[in-house]
Design a protein around this ligand. Structure first.
Ligand code: CTP
Length: 403
């Protein structure tokens, strides 16, 4: 798709990956976009304004005052004229400033006054990327409606290997084209995502629960939404904010989750069951608080309905059904068996062995298995990045089954 006539402002920050912006500017100019480059003072240490000015065919802006003409570079006009503002590479420092409204350079002033959509493509070292403050800032920026272009994985400037590499120029260009095209891969699709734990009442004040934080499921809901799907999130008790533009239905028990998921499932093209649903529930919860007595207390538990298996039985040819597995032994065998037994298209195997994976944290390490038995082991990533990978696989599956 041509970008003819589109005004794209690119805010370049000070990071090694700034060199990739030269290629990006060239690609956008080739698509006939009007490109205005803005640079932070630090960015000029990494790539010269002359290079970017030559490629974009117009002067690069970095200061409030143009010293040659003694005129004012008006950040409000810059933000008003742009159809899109892209911050790339977005360094940890600039992300933090954007997330908190700091405004100590022209790029940040333009961001704060921009009326157009904003995309940001982070690039930084692995440890900086994984730091909770960076992850918080990214979530905060997404909650303001800014669009994340997730970094890739690979060798970083420091020599470390992992996440944090600026997305490739071609990929950024494609995301910009998709954005202007409105052609998000899951546009028009409905998705149902379950997340969080369930609480099974023992009496009016006590329950049996588990350590699920809901973070993975919430991230998947956000990722599917960002690909254009209309998402309903059926959530057990969590402390998480609802992702932007996602409809949330709160439940407490496995039975309530079953009822909510059953109600939404028929109209859903995509179903992702990431909730940690209780397998057992007290057979006869007490109406009054149980008083302590001498000796031990026995609570009889009965099985809950397996929601995922129930939805697997009802699965239609146009649906993509994804389940999760948390195994402590014979991981692969058990996960593959679960995939077949519950009639799933994909199962996401959570690792209990690896550091940085599992409950509560902001990172995860998972293995994706499909119906044919194909196994894809993903690297340790932020839960947001894992969610984007899973959403991309789902989008590809939807394209195939609806072809
Ligand atoms: N699940 C569900 N309803 C239940 C239990 C689990 O929908 N009552 C879903 C979870 O959301 C998850 C998958 O099933 O997607 C996880 O299954 P898991 O509980 O790990 O396995 P089980 O089938 O219960 O087998 P086991 O307890 O032997 O591990």
């Amino acid at each position: 798709m041509s970008l003819k006539g589109k005004n794209i402002a690119i805010g370049v920050c000070g990071g090694i990956a700034a060199y990739k912006i030269a290629s990006l500017v060239r690609l956008l100019i080739k698509e006939n976009a009007n490109v205005q480059v803005l640079m932070t003072p630090d960015a000029k240490e990494f790539i010269t304004p002359l290079t970017l000015a030559t490629l974009s065919k117009r002067p690069v802006l970095s200061d409030y005052i143009n010293r040659h003409t003694e005129t004012w570079n008006n950040h409000v006009d810059l933000g008003l004229n742009a159809d899109l503002l892209l911050i790339a590479p977005a360094t940890a420092n600039t992300l933090s400033k954007m997330a908190h409204g700091a405004c100590d350079n022209l790029l940040l002033a333009t961001y704060l006054s921009a009326k157009c959509p904003v995309m940001f493509a982070p690039a930084m070292d692995l440890d900086m990327w994984l730091h909770p403050s960076t992850q918080e800032n990214i979530k905060r920026l997404q909650s303001f409606g800014n669009i994340l272009i997730a970094p890739g994985s690979g060798e970083l400037a420091s020599g470390l290997i992992g996440e944090g590499r600026l997305a490739e120029p071609e990929e950024i260009k494609q995301q910009i084209q998709k954005f202007f095209n409105g052609a998000l891969p899951l546009a028009g699709k409905r998705a149902l995502v379950s997340a969080g734990p369930t609480y099974e009442a023992i009496d009016p004040v006590r329950f049996i629960g588990n350590h699920s934080s809901g973070k993975m499921g919430y991230a998947i809901a956000a990722a599917l939404q960002s690909l254009g799907a209309t998402v309903t999130l059926v959530s057990g008790p969590t402390a998480l904010p609802t992702p932007l533009h996602v409809v949330r239905h709160d439940v407490t028990s496995a039975q309530e989750m079953l009822e909510a998921c059953s109600a939404y499932s028929e109209a859903s093209d995509i179903i992702v069951m990431s909730a940690a649903v209780a397998d057992y529930t007290p057979a006869a919860p007490a109406n009054q608080k149980i008083k302590k007595k001498e000796g031990s207390l026995e609570i009889t538990l009965k099985k809950t309905t397996d929601i995922l298996a129930t939805l697997g039985e009802r699965k239609t040819a146009r649906q993509t059904l994804v389940g999760f597995a948390l195994e402590t032994e014979n991981e692969m065998l058990n996960a593959k068996d679960k995939l077949k037994r519950k009639n799933l298209d994909y199962i996401v195997l959570n690792s209990m062995q690896d550091q940085g994976a599992g409950f509560g944290g902001d990172t995860n390490k998972v293995t994706l298995i499909d119906r044919s038995g194909k196994v894809e082991r993903l690297a340790l990533k932020s839960k947001a990045a894992v969610a984007h990978d899973i959403a991309a696989v789902i989008a590809a599956h939807q394209t195939i089954i609806n072809a």
